[in-house]
Design a protein around this ligand. Sequence first.
Ligand SMILES: Cc1ncc(COP(=O)(O)O)c(C=O)c1O
Length: 380
Amino acid sequence: MRLVKISKIFLDNAATTRVDELVVEAMNKIYLNVYGNPSSVHIFGEDSRDVLVKSREIIAKAVGVDSNEIIFTSGGTESNNLALKGIMHANNSKGKHMITQKTEHPSILKVCSELENEGYEVTYLPVDKDGLINLEELKKAIRKDTVLVTIMHANNEIGTIFPIEDIAKICKEKKLIFHTDACQSFLKVKFNPENIDLITINSHKIHGPKGVGALIIKSGIKLQKQMHGGEQESNIRSGTENLPGICGFAKACSITKQSDVKRMTELRNYLIDLLLKIPNTKLNGSNEKRLCNNINISFKDVEGDMLLFRLSNQGLALSTGSACTARNNKPSHVLQAIGLNKNFIDGSLRISLSKYTTKEELDTAYDLIQKSVKLIRSLK
Ligand SMILES: Cc1ncc(COP(=O)(O)O)c(C=O)c1O
């Protein structure tokens, strides 16, 4: 292994990704030339509408749905809020129960607690040591008054991929609405959207801009809008569309290559093999059903925050949990849900790759991590 000096290494791509230059170029053109409001009737509005229509078509094609099923939002968080509140509020006459699982993103779990405060009931399915739910338990949790099931496609901390096509079939048979949060898996894991009623995606995990996403709402699915105003986005999500962002999102979709997934998988496996050479180390999540860019690893008896801090000072950007909750210093709800021992939870790192990640960066990252783990352990 030949180590090259790299000043800064970004291995926190599950939190967000670097925007592709081609995306920036496409967005700049919109900022400078296509600045009309897509709702305006004049020619500037018409040009903007053309871009909006084209972008919607590109994103719809990437997901495998009709373009009129795409509702643009400000990102994954908003899409998840709209999906859960929108469906539960619209279906009070059918029932007030929904099902999710314990390792969902906070933008699902916190909406669930809000709904509980409003009088709805939520079942949180447990997960096994790989982070997967048991489909028999899902079937058993279904009640007469169950309206919605929401299960993420891939977990943002441990990368576990859920069998959403099987879950969608169960929901279809039981006439339940099924939503999946696909922010982490979009364009990384192929899936058939046929039986899935609602899908959350966002742009900043695929080298697009931050602050833009979509909720796919299949035709025939009724939900209650959460944003009132100018009746944009089929009167489901009011507010002037973020055209440069949407155009950038579409560009990011159109330039994503399957070969990147293969390359990331190889690099991920390369780094996992190296890291597991460090004594008392454990890989969290599933070996096989794992996102191509995710490594979640625990070093026994190592203070994770100290490790992260040391690595950050040396130019290596990683995370201990999801970026959204990393600052609250609470132990990861995901690692707790998979039953990881506290000795291991404390010393866990999430390392997430992107299409820009190189083998040289991983060699340097490994060198820094193993030295820091050794040093921190020696201080005990
Ligand atoms: C699984 C998952 N859902 C939702 C979100 C929230 O998306 P956004 O940052 O676009 O609001 C994220 C991103 O952190 C995520 O990883």
